[in-house]
Structure formats: structure tokens, C-alpha cells
Write a new protein. Structure first.
Length: 54
């Protein structure tokens, strides 16, 4: 299980480096999508907590 996790982390890291090196524009799009996803999730949690309080 630990070995599989290490391999998965290496594969993701290699993919990220490959994407950044070969296509910086595409890499920035991926980062923007990631940040938008995190922001959306945080907003959803905030809305949920607000509804619990009211």
C-alpha cells in the first residue's frame, strides 16, 4: 500500500513537471482550475456553516 502511494506521487510529480515544461499555458490553466475548485469548496463549507447557525 505504501509502495503504491509512493508510485502514485512520483507519477503525479512527473506529469506536473512534464506539463509545466512542455506547455506553461496549460499548466497555468490547471493551477487556476485547482484554485477555483478549492475556493468553491471553501465557499460551500462557509455557506453550510452559515445555514447551520441560522
Amino acid at each position: 500500500m505504501v509502495q503504491t502511494k509512493k508510485i502514485a506521487v512520483y507519477v503525479v510529480a512527473v506529469f506536473a513537471l512534464y506539463t509545466i515544461i512542455t506547455s506553461p499555458k496549460r499548466a497555468t490553466d490547471f493551477v487556476q482550475i485547482g484554485f477555483e475548485g478549492v475556493s468553491s469548496a471553501a465557499h460551500g463549507v462557509g455557506e453550510f456553516m452559515t445555514q447551520l447557525i441560522q
